[in-house]
Design a protein around this ligand. Structure first.
Ligand SMILES: C[S@@+](CC[C@H](N)C(=O)[O-])C[C@H]1O[C@@H](n2cnc3c(N)ncnc32)[C@H](O)[C@@H]1O
Length: 216
């Protein structure tokens, strides 16, 4: 389900967003560096659908090995940031909602989904997987990743009344506060969610980040 408050938060954050990838933390940087390489290998020579591509940070990374990328995001502002990057393969950007994918079926044989699954309500995971299945070629390769909850650095997290989804308090550089949907997962839950989407080749679960390599 589309979440207006979260979308507004990312619209306002577009210009400052990429800083999260340059935090001065050696362990974090080492984990990210491994994931950059794994995503490039996973999507090598593919026509990739990049859902919620945001400012194009990962789009640019995987463009070094992919054939073509269609980046999709609901925010024009993040897509404008993405347009300002240089890519190593043909790119098109689409302003659209991941819950209403405007993609021609069988056009893509790769999926990139970075830092979006945590912003999907748990009750919507299955439907999202099903709609991706409808547009991706059978056998498509996927690289999906997101971050783990690190108690010492993360903002306050609250649960909804039914304790299904959690919400995180965030501040923009302006000081403005948002409370946005942000779910965190144990490895077993990742196996359950993505096992319904396709065949899991590998789950990588480290201190700061997790990634799932999947075949649709
Ligand atoms: C945490 S950012 C991730 C951006 C990028 N994938 C990355 O890893 O750097 C989440 C992105 O999801 C986008 N987004 C949120 N809800 C969306 C939806 N329903 N459809 C498409 N994009 C959405 C936001 O605009 C934002 O750019």
């Amino acid at each position: 389900m589309t979440n207006d408050r979260m979308i507004e938060y990312y619209r306002k954050r577009a210009g400052e967003y990429d800083k999260i990838y340059f935090r001065d933390d050696a362990v974090r940087q080492a984990e990210l560096s491994d994931l950059y390489q794994i995503s490039q290998e996973r999507l090598h020579q593919k026509t990739v659908l990049d859902i919620a591509c945001g400012t194009g940070f990962w789009t640019r990374i995987v463009s070094e090995t992919t054939q073509e990328i269609i980046g999709l995001d609901i925010n024009r502002q993040t897509l404008l940031e993405a347009h300002n990057k240089n890519y190593q393969c043909p790119i098109s950007m689409v302003e659209a909602d991941i819950y209403k994918l405007p993609i021609i079926p069988n056009r893509c044989d790769g999926l990139l989904a970075t830092y979006i699954i945590s912003h999907v309500r748990r009750q919507d995971h299955e439907a999202l997987g099903q709609s991706l299945k409808k547009v991706l070629k059978p056998g498509s390769s996927a690289f999906i990743c997101d971050n783990n909850l690190i108690c010492e650095t993360h903002n306050r997290v609250e649960w909804d009344d039914a304790k299904i989804n959690s919400y995180s308090h965030r501040h923009l550089e302006s000081g403005e506060e948002y409370v946005i949907l942000k779910n965190y997962f144990e490895e077993a839950e990742l196996a359950d969610i993505f096992g319904r989407w396709g065949v899991i080749s590998k789950i990588i679960f480290r201190k700061y980040y997790w990634a799932v390599l999947l075949k649709f």
